[in-house]
Write a new protein. Structure first.
Length: 453
């Protein structure tokens, strides 16, 4: 029995190696076939899948073009292939228990696959063919045993074709198909990951690549690849790889370092932090009849929009000289000559004023003042652009108290003022102290959020 097993292995090795189209094996290619023709499409195979792994019963054959390679060790135990060498409509992968599969199915090879008896599964948007394994009572697609590979995967005698990667456009990513070969242009590793190696040894590692518009894709590299310890090039350029998807995240797996050409200069730094004195506090509201209808309104008097990246609105409660709470305004662009209404209770605000605020925040925030607190508007560089009240002074019975009322910036004010100036404001409250107006205000009739009076 032992002699028979060894003989079988030797015959198998000779048979497999005789199929190799590689100079290491004297160009032998007598294992290819001209006798098979495809009789099914990828789309027909996809239609067989019904939410769980199945064994294919149909006597179908599909053809495809290999787009992956395990030569550099970044792919292992899998062949990725697509239905056409250019502009593919679909791509699949087949799990195989074969090392150095690139020696037998090199990139660009046309292969034919007999599907009957194989298993079909799906992970995310990726369709998988192969053998099967069971875990905890669940059937999943596993690697096709090496002895079964010659029964299902056949190399076409047609010469290998150049598989041309599809140019990936971030504006139209839905048109890209997973398990197909794509090329991204003007990409670079993000600044935070400069100097990193492709992968941590023996671990699958993700690095983020982005273009000059900050559109990104995740580069996935194996910790067993032969370029694992190489530093990712710091420049900008093109990258080609097999496109995969994990949830909503795009992933790219390269076949080797030849798929990366980062030889251009990196993208110029994108500056989104701007200083301006044309943003200021235009209205503060503490309605006498409904504390849930409080809000802060900012106004941009400039003739162009302003990105509020890294701007902050700070609150100093009562006489505190330390910041009590802040609102980070990053991610907001305030239009030219427009308001920004911030509410600490967006649901109540909409019920009262019949429209939603521009920005909903939490209670006890700067937008939730009870009328005796002080506020600062601060730009990305730490400069106080506008102030309401006097930091360190409780607003009660002062000229910056708006309890149960309203603080409205006068219409002639067009710029922020880092020093509170009473003459720039019309102040209404329930005391009338310090030349303010004793006239409590009720929501919604006494307030104009979203309108610069």
């Amino acid at each position: 029995m032992a002699k028979k097993s060894i003989y079988t292995v030797i015959v198998l090795c000779f048979t497999v190696l005789s199929c190799v189209k590689n100079s290491d094996f004297n160009g032998l290619s007598n294992g290819c076939t001209d006798d098979l023709e495809a009789n099914a499409t990828f789309k027909e195979v996809e239609a067989l899948f019904k939410e769980e792994t199945i064994q294919i019963k149909e006597d179908w054959i599909i053809e495809g073009y290999v787009i992956s390679s395990d030569k550099a060790g970044n792919f292992f135990g899998v062949l990725h292939f697509q239905d056409h060498p250019t502009n593919p409509a679909q791509g699949f992968q087949i799990e195989i228990d074969l090392r150095n599969s690139h020696l037998f199915f090199e990139a660009g090879s046309k292969i034919l696959i007999k599907l009957k008896g194989l298993y079909l599964g799906k992970r995310g948007e990726v369709y998988k063919l192969g053998g099967t394994f069971a875990a905890f009572g669940n059937i999943s697609v596993g690697r096709l045993p090496v002895l079964k590979i010659p029964e299902h995967i056949f190399l076409s005698c047609n010469a290998s074709e150049e598989v041309k990667p599809v140019l990936a456009d971030f504006e139209d990513l839905e048109e890209l198909k997973t398990n197909t070969l794509v090329r991204f242009e003007e990409m670079e590793v993000v600044e935070e990951e400069l100097g990193n190696t492709f992968a941590v040894e023996a671990e699958e590692t993700e690095q983020i690549l982005q273009n000059c518009s900050e559109n990104s894709v995740v580069l996935v590299s194996s910790g067993f690849s032969d370029f694992q310890a190489d530093i990712i090039p710091e420049g900008n350029g093109t990258i080609t790889g097999v496109l995969l998807k994990d949830g909503d995240n795009l992933q790219l797996v390269i076949r080797g370092l030849g798929d990366i050409e980062f030889t251009n200069d990196r993208c110029p730094e994108i500056i989104t932090e701007f200083a301006s004195t044309r943003i200021f506090i235009s209205e503060l509201a503490d309605p006498d009849n409904n504390a849930g209808a409080r809000f802060v309104e900012l106004y941009n008097s400039a003739t162009e929009p302003l990105d509020l990246n890294k701007w902050e609105l700070r609150r100093y409660t009562n006489a505190n000289t330390d910041v009590s709470s802040t609102i980070d305004l990053s991610g907001i662009v305030i239009d030219a000559e427009s308001t920004l209404v911030i509410s600490p209770n967006a649901t109540e605000f909409e019920l009262v004023y019949s429209f939603a605020p521009d920005f909903g925040v939490s209670t006890n925030s700067p937008a939730d003042s009870n009328g005796d607190d002080n506020l600062e508007l601060v730009d990305p560089f730490g400069t106080v652009v506008d102030t309401f009240g006097v930091i360190g002074e409780d607003g009660s019975n002062t000229n910056h108290e708006f309890e149960d009322g309203r603080a409205l910036r006068n219409a002639n004010v067009t710029e922020g003022n880092p020093s509170y100036t009473f003459e720039e404001w019309s102040i209404f409250n329930d005391t009338g102290d310090a030349d303010t107006t004793n006239q409590p205000k009720n929501a919604p009739e006494d307030f104009t959020p979203g309108i610069r009076d």
